[in-house]
Design a protein around this ligand. Structure first.
Ligand code: NDP
Ligand code: GDR
Length: 357
C-alpha cells in the first residue's frame, strides 16, 4: 500500500453545517478531502455544492463516499481506502429535541458510531499516524454546575443526545490514553451560520423573521424563550477544530464566545433586522410577541417545543483555546443574527412559502 505524504482528511458529517465549512477550509489549506455522506432519497449535498468536484476532472481533491456511522464494515473500508492523516468526526444525530424521540438511534450514531470509527483506525493499525477530532459539545455540561463552563467543569448531560456525546467524549479520551492516539475533543458551544439546519432555534427564528417581513409567514411558534446560549459563528469554530489537530499533543478544548444571550433576545434582534419592533405580553406558555406598530401577534410559545429536561444556561470560557491554540471568536452573537437574517432575506426573495418547522 502506498502511504502518501499529502495531508488527507476524512470528514464524517460533511453534508452538515460544520462539515461544509470545514471542507472549504481544508481544501484552501491544500488537503485532499474525503467526505462521508449518507444515502438519501433526495439531494442532501446542497451545502457543499459549490466545492463539489466531478471525479472525472483531472486531479480532483474532493471526494464523497456513501457511508453511515452505524455501519462498521463501511467505516473500516473507508478508512482503509482513503488512508487519512486526519479524521474529523462531525457526523451525528445532532438535534437535542429529536434525541428524546429517537434515543436508541442517537446512541447508535453518536456514541457507538464514534467507537466504530476509532476502532476502524485501530484495526487498520493507523492509530499512530492518523489524528482524530471529535465533535464534543457544551450540551455535556447540561444542568449548571459552574459558570462559565470550562474544560474542568463537571458534566451533567440532560438529553439522550448529551448522554451519547458523553460516551463519545470519554471513549476518545480512553483511546488517547490507551493507544497513544492523537485524539482530541472540541467542546464546542453553539455555533450558527446561514448554513445552520432550519430546525435549530437561531435559523428557525431568522428564517421566520425574513418570511414574516416578506408577508410569506404569519406566525413563529417557539418553545422555551428563557434558555440562554453562547452563540458563535460556525466558520470560525471549524478553524479551531483544525488547530486542535495541528498541536504536538492531543487535548480537549472549549470553543465559545464567552457571551450568553436568551432565545427571546435573539428573536428581538432578528425582527429588529427586518424592521419590526416586538413587544412581549404574558409569560410562560401564554407569552406572545406583538408587532409594536400594527399590534399583530407574530411570535407564540407552543409547549410542543419544550424539552423534557432543558439546558438553561450555557456560557463558555475559551481561555485555554486562546492561550494554547491562539483561537478566539470574531463575530458577536448580535452580528451573527444580522448575517443570518440578511442571508435568509436573500434566499427568500425567490423561495417558495415557508412551512412551519
Ligand atoms: P448537522 O446536523 O448540520 O450535521 C450533521 C451531519 O451528520 C450531517 O452531515 C448528517 O448527514 C450527518 N449524519 C447524521 N447521522 C449520520 C449517520 N448515522 N451516519 C453518517 N452521517 C450522519 O450538525 P452540525 O454541522 O451543526 O454539527 C456537527 C457536529 O458537531 C455534530 O456532531 C454535532 O452534534 C456537533 N456539535 C454541533 C454544535 C453546533 O452548535 N452546531 C455544537 C457542538 C457540537 P445528513 O446531511 O444526511 O443529515
Ligand atoms: P441546542 O440548540 O439544543 O442548544 O443544541 P437548539 O437551537 O435546538 O436549541 C437552543 C435552545 O432554544 C430553545 N428553543 C428552541 N429550540 C428549537 N430547536 N426550536 C424551537 O422552536 C425552540 N424554542 C426554544 C431550546 O429549548 C434550547 O434551549 C445545539 C445543537 O447544534 C447540538 O448538536 C449542539 O451540541 C449544541 O447546540 C451545542
Amino acid at each position: 500500500m502506498i502511504v502518501s505524504n499529502e495531508k488527507i482528511a476524512l470528514v464524517t458529517g460533511i453534508t452538515g453545517q460544520d462539515g461544509a465549512y470545514l471542507a472549504r477550509l481544508l481544501l484552501e489549506k491544500g488537503y485532499i478531502v474525503h467526505g462521508l455522506k449518507r444515502r438519501s432519497s433526495s439531494f442532501n449535498t446542497s451545502r457543499i455544492e459549490e466545492i463539489y468536484e466531478d471525479p472525472h476532472t483531472a486531479h480532483p481533491r474532493f471526494f464523497l463516499h456513501y457511508g453511515d456511522m452505524t455501519d462498521s464494515t463501511n467505516l473500516i473500508r473507508l478508512v482503509q481506502e482513503t488512508q487519512p492523516t486526519e479524521v474529523y468526526n462531525l457526523a451525528a444525530q445532532s438535534h437535542v429535541q429529536v434525541s428524546f424521540e429517537t434515543p436508541e438511534y442517537t446512541a447508535n450514531a453518536d456514541a457507538v458510531g464514534t467507537l466504530r470509527l476509532l476502532e476502524a483506525i485501530r484495526i487498520l493499525g493507523m492509530e499512530k499516524r492518523c489524528r482524530f477530532y471529535q465533535a464534543s459539545t457544551s450540551e455535556l455540561y447540561g444542568l449548571v454546575q459552574e459558570v462559565p463552563q470550562r474544560e474542568t467543569t463537571p458534566f451533567y448531560p440532560r438529553s439522550p443526545y448529551a448522554a451519547a456525546k458523553l460516551y463519545a467524549y470519554w471513549i476518545v479520551v480512553n483511546y488517547r490514553e490507551a493507544y497513544k492516539m492523537h485524539a482530541s475533543n472540541g467542546i464546542l458551544f453553539n455555533h450558527e451560520s446561514p448554513l445552520r439546519g432550519e430546525t435549530f432555534v437561531t435559523r428557525k427564528i431568522t428564517r421566520a423573521a425574513a418570511a414574516i417581513s416578506l408577508g410569506r409567514q404569519e406566525h413563529l411558534y417557539l418553545g422555551n424563550l428563557d434558555a440562554k446560549r453562547d452563540w458563535g459563528h460556525a466558520k470560525e469554530y471549524v478553524r479551531g477544530m483544525w488547530l486542535m489537530l495541528q498541536q504536538d499533543e492531543p487535548d480537549d478544548y472549549v470553543l465559545a464566545t464567552g457571551e450568553t444571550t436568551p432565545v427571546r433576545t435573539f428573536v428581538e434582534w432578528a425582527f429588529e433586522d427586518v424592521g419590526i419592533g416586538l413587544e412581549w405580553k404574558g409569560s410562560g406558555v401564554d407569552e406572545k410577541g406583538y408587532c409594536r406598530n400594527t399590534g399583530r401577534c407574530l411570535v407564540e410559545v407552543d409547549p410542543r417545543y419544550f424539552r423534557p429536561t432543558e439546558v438553561d444556561l450555557l456560557i463558555g470560557d475559551p481561555a485555554k483555546a486562546k492561550q494554547k491554540l491562539g483561537w478566539s471568536h470574531e463575530t458577536s452573537p448580535r452580528e451573527l443574527a444580522r448575517e443570518m437574517v440578511q442571508a435568509d432575506l436573500q434566499v427568500m426573495q425567490d423561495a417558495p412559502v415557508v412551512k412551519g418547522v
